[in-house]
Every structure is written in C-alpha cells, then in structure tokens.
Design a protein around this ligand. Structure first.
Ligand SMILES: [Zn+2]
Length: 309
C-alpha cells in the first residue's frame, strides 16, 4: 500500500495557528525540541488568516533538529498551515500538530528539497544539504559471487522476502518515531552500517545494519515504542527475525535471534524485552543485527543512539 494514502488524515491540521516567524532564519541550528515549538505555536494568540504575501512566505518555514548526513534523519514541525509535505519525492506523514519524521538514505545525494503545500495552495520549500559519509569500503581482488541462489533456495526465499516486504509496508499508527531511541542491547560493535566490499571494481551490497555482539542469549529490547509487524523464526538469511513499526514510515529489524518473546500485532514499549541474541540464519557468530528503514531509505542506527556510555 502506498503511504501517500495515509496523508489525508493529516489534512485536518488547523490553518489558523499564528506563526511567530522567528524560527525561520536558520532551521538547521534550531535547538528547542518540537514539543516546545508546537506549544509555543499553540499558545500564540490566534490571528486572522494572513494575506498571502511574499513576506509571509518568508516568515513561515519548517523547524527541525537531527542529523543532516547520509543515513541520518530529522524530526520537526511543518509550517503551521501545511496540508502536505514531501522530502524529495517521498510524502511525509504529518501528525495533527504538524510534526514529522524524515530521513536520508545511505547513498543520498548532497541536496534534498523539503517542500510543504499550504492550505492556500502555495508551496514553501527549503533545500537541505546532506553531508556525505566516509563509508568503510574494502577493495578486494576477488571476483564477485554470482549471488543467485538455486531454484530450490529461491523457492524458500521468495515467501520470506515477500513477508518482509509486506511487514515493512504496514501502517500501524505507532508513534515511537518521535522518541529518542535507546540501544536495544549494549555490547561490542562487530559490524558498522554502510560497510561495503568492492570486488574487482564491482560493488557488493553494503552492510545494512549495526551489529552488536554482547554474547549469545543476551536479552535485547525495543529501542522505541512500536507495533510488531513480523516475528518469525527460520528465515534463510535473517534466522529469528523481528520487525517493529515505529510509525511515520520508520521501522526496525532485528536479525539472528535465538529466541523471540513477542508476537505479530503486539504493541511494545521502549525498553521492553522482545528477543534474545543468537546466530540463527546466515551469521558467523552470535550478534544482533539491527537495521532501520524509513520508507525506502536505509539509515545508520548509530546516529539514533549515540555512544554507549
Ligand atoms: Zn549485520
């Protein structure tokens, strides 16, 4: 299902919120959290709808904080009279108060446009500069494998792949996207997001998550609130796999579990035990592979949780 179908729910945004305009100058450096920004906007004296002038357009804008870098993300608030917004081509899900989440793929280009359509039909846009990352690239003088599994392998793999795709497209209305994420488990980092091998000039697929190796059997928890959209064992590559939807197009996957203690459809809170670390599926040793996706963009979990201590 296309996420754009969820956007009409956001169309009930108040169009009468006064805009103080002071936050528009340098959005990248705004430090107040979005709750504060939203409260300030709500508390302002309601004003009659402003005439659509050029100066008004200059006074309204997006406010946000986050990591403007490949694999990073922002959380923010859309202009007060926005009825819809997009990042590049991707529609954003605007909450009732205009708050939103947006993120930047591992291979995002250096500039992306954040654009709002206002109630009066005008549009307001802002160019985001996305800093490149120095990914861990290893060039090896070995031919890249053919990558294709046998027909028998694909017969097992295809339904798994379809189940993962369907789970990631589910919309649950979860609001964990707005929280500060916590580590699902702490431990030695055995593999970073984005690492990639180039085989005689031919790129292999990059590492899509963060590997944490606290030891076999160690419990791990939900890094943010969400709804379990997939919880199954025995997947060819992922082994015991949990996928949690955090809402707004953001979801987490947890691979190689030795044990899963949640069921599909279950609502989980941040910090709640969901599974245990293992080496099921294609894994060279016990570890938790944690990946984060926002729509089609793959994100760096490390940017959501910061240092371990
Ligand atoms: Zn991994």
């Amino acid at each position: 299902m296309n996420r754009a179908a969820a956007l009409p729910a956001a169309l009930s945004l108040s169009v009468l919120l006064a805009c103080t305009g002071s936050e528009a100058a340098a959005p990248e450096t705004v430090t107040e959290d979005m709750a504060t920004a939203a409260d300030a906007a709500s508390a302002a004296t309601p004003a009659p709808p402003p005439a659509p002038t050029a100066s008004q357009a200059a006074q309204t804008g997006f406010t946000f904080t986050g990591e403007l870098t490949q694999g990073g993300y922002i959380r923010g608030v859309a202009p007060s009279s926005a009825v819809s917004a997009v990042l590049g081509e991707q529609p954003l899900e605007l909450a009732e108060d205009g708050s939103f989440f947006a993120a930047f793929d591992r291979d995002s280009g250096p500039a992306l446009t954040l654009k709002a359509t206002l109630a009066n039909g005008r549009t307001l846009e802002e160019t985001l500069t996305i800093a490149p990352r120095a990914w861990d690239i290893e060039r090896v003088n070995v031919a890249k494998g053919t990558g294709g599994g046998s027909e028998a392998w694909w017969a097992k793999r295809e339904p798994e792949w379809l189940a993962i795709k369907a789970a990631r497209e589910m919309e649950t209305g979860a609001t964990g996207w707005s929280q500060d994420f916590i580590w699902p488990v702490k431990g030695r980092i055995s593999g970073r997001f984005g690492r990639q091998r180039i085989y005689r000039g031919e790129p292999g697929s990059y590492h899509s998550g963060l590997d944490i190796a606290p030891g076999a059997g160690v419990a791990y928890v939900a890094p943010a609130d969400g709804v379990v959209v997939l919880a199954r064992t025995g997947f060819s590559l992922e082994g015991g796999l949990i996928i949690i939807d955090h809402g707004a197009g953001l979801n987490s996957a947890f691979l190689h579990s030795s044990r899963i203690v949640v069921t599909e459809g279950q609502h989980v809170k941040q910090g709640e035990h969901i599974g245990n670390v293992g080496a099921t599926g294609r894994a060279s040793g016990p570890h938790l592979h944690w990946s984060l996706k926002w729509n089609d963009a793959r994100l760096d979990p490390l940017l959501f949780v910061g240092p371990q201590n």
